[in-house]
Design a protein around this ligand. Structure first.
Ligand code: SF4
Length: 431
């Protein structure tokens, strides 16, 4: 049965996340009391983004841009749209309502989608089947990163009968490839956005949004740099926040403000030599691919019980680390293209050797002593890379744990089984 669009999302936003903002601020539970204001700010920013989407759904002058990894919010904000990166949408529910996750995944499978398809895509199709995806919207997607998204987006377009733009993400990672992609942003994305919004591109407004995102990007890079300090400031859960904020809200002043709070706090701790705690850091892990999103307390448990810090997730350390040049439309689109192609799973479009090299660079940068690699069922890219990753880790004597699971769905590998495998690894291989 079709439900009212975005209803469950807004019920959770208003009924659960909003009260959490005050709870974090006023009574953050131990041992993270001194981080309560950071949790509160990040949650408030999350609330603001979802409220903005709900507002745009009922505003005839605005649209909701549903976009995929391979793009960033800035071009959509420059046309007055609210923006939702669809691949982050399951995360909203895996952290707040697993029943909804099961419901949407089962709705997609009942509609005929194979259970072999990535659960992110099954979730999104199920959300569409159930009528949860926001209306007054359009889609922008690309050939990056995988065949799962190639299956999902044409289905979504048929179900929604909404405008959809497909872009061709280059396979290579060099300047010519980025210019090829930026050319499509100019020749296809901008005319498409002009068509769906009825507005002409205002280059000054685009520059304003990009400059705002540049400020946020600098904070993002700074805060990530502080995680290279041993022991690292902030706990594992907080360390996930900066990147998620950026990908959801780059160009919003609120996102910049929240990233600045995180950055200032982390930098102050480094300067004052107060990066340690509340638990002793004995190991630093690079988590390759996506960490399980259904176990909110996993990082705290790993830190407290195993002394193991996940200092970086290889898909959330943006690769270019440079702000966008705002001199001309072309330079802005090239910078937006770099960022889009660097974003999270977009990196999965690389050939496996590059993906491994990217992970090894992150491993060195963050001074890790082990790797944990998600073998996400349904993701041929990361599962297919297992043999090569194992060989490279053997050659370099990097201890590595492969975890077969579904990062959205704890029915494949439960929290308990997940923790058992981590405990075995850290109490045997890493002891
Ligand atoms: S996890 Fe793999 S299959 Fe799923 S969206 Fe990412 S790249 Fe595609």
């Amino acid at each position: 049965m079709m439900e009212t669009a975005f209803q469950r999302t807004m019920e959770i936003t208003e009924g659960f996340l909003k009260p959490m903002v005050d709870a974090f601020r006023e009574e953050m539970p131990p041992p993270f009391e001194e981080f309560g204001h950071l949790y509160a700010a990040a949650t408030a920013e999350n609330v603001a983004r979802y409220q903005d989407i709900a507002a745009a759904m009922v505003d005839s002058r605005r649209k909701v841009a549903l976009f995929e990894f391979g793009l960033v919010p800035q071009p959509f904000l420059a046309f007055g749209c609210a923006a939702l990166c669809l691949e982050t949408y399951p995360l909203f529910f895996t952290r707040t309502s697993m029943d909804t996750v099961y419901d949407f995944i089962e709705a997609a499978e009942s509609a005929g989608v194979s259970s072999e398809i990535c659960s992110t895509d099954r979730f999104l199709i199920g959300a569409a089947v159930k009528g949860e995806l926001p209306g007054n919207s359009f889609f922008v997607t690309s050939s990056s990163p995988c065949d799962g998204t190639h299956v999902a987006y044409p289905i979504l377009q048929k179900m929604f009968e909404s405008p959809m733009l497909y872009l061709d993400a280059p396979y290579r990672y060099d300047r010519d490839a980025v210019r090829y992609y930026a050319g499509q942003l100019k020749e296809q994305l901008i005319p498409f956005l002009e068509g769906v919004t009825g507005k002409r591109l205002d280059i000054d407004l685009l520059r304003e949004v990009v400059e705002e995102s540049n400020r946020a990007y600098e904070h993002l890079c700074d805060v990530h740099d502080t995680y290279k300090v041993v022991p690292a400031p902030h706990n594992g859960f907080l360390r996930l926040v900066p990147y998620l904020l950026y990908i959801s809200g780059a160009g919003h002043p609120g996102t910049t403000h929240t990233l600045k709070l995180l950055r200032d706090d982390a930098v102050r701790r480094v300067k004052e030599g107060r990066t340690g705690g509340p638990f002793e850091e004995r190991h630093r892990a690079l988590w390759v691919h996506v960490t399980p999103t259904f176990d909110l307390e996993l990082f705290q448990w790993m830190e407290e019980q195993l002394g193991a810090m996940v200092v970086s997730n290889s898909l959330s350390s943006s690769a270019i680390l440079e702000p966008i040049e705002t001199e001309s439309l072309e330079s802005m689109l090239e910078g937006i293209a770099w960022q889009g192609l660097d974003m999270t799973m977009s990196i999965m479009r690389y050939d496996t050797e590059k993906l491994i090299q990217f992970s090894l660079n992150t491993y060195e940068d963050y001074r890790c002593d082990c790797m944990i690699v998600t073998q996400h069922v349904g993701c041929k890219s990361i599962c297919g890379a297992q043999g090569m990753i194992r060989r490279v880790c053997r050659e370099r004597e990097i201890p590595v744990l492969f975890l077969e699971m579904d990062y959205n769905d704890d029915r494949v590998l439960s929290k308990e089984m997940l923790r058992n495998q981590l405990e075995d690894f850290f109490t045997t291989v890493m002891e």
